[in-house]
Design a protein around this ligand. Sequence first.
Ligand code: HEC
Length: 127
Amino acid sequence: MSRIGARELLLGALLVLALVAGGACAPAAARPRAAQSAAADTCDGAAPSYRAEVEPLLKRYCLRCHAEGGDAGEDHDFTRYEVLHAQRTRFRAVIERGAMPPTGLPHPSPEERVRLSRWACLGAPDN
Ligand code: HEC
């Protein structure tokens, strides 16, 4: 293969990568296999609404601990949008791993987990 050919191939590959990685989150293919879950591959399109679609799930599954006075209220008060927004990466990680809520408590359904994860992945907008 000539030098020019190899160079063009490289540029082409970079262009494809740039297009695929255009979103805020890495494409599924670039994530390590182990980090993927049922909620992966959902980080595109329009973000679910914080007030209409995310907050009700937080109330149902999280805020009994993640509010002032709760077990996790001091560092992770998710009744405060700014706190949740700042912790959106961790939030997404625990949702995708199914690590929260702690074992024994009602967990979000797969569809609800995808919704929470997508919202966080798409920048956790105050929408
Ligand atoms: C029964 C209480 C309880 C419930 C319900 C609960 N959590 Fe937690 N969560 C905790 C505790 C306790 C911690 C650790 C707090 C600390 O370290 O200060 C924690 C920590 C976290 C953290 C921080 C993890 C880290 O890496 O630092 C996140 C994010 C989180 N929870 C998300 C959630 C979400 C999302 C829900 C609802 C789907 C939820 N939690 C439901 C008790 C709870």
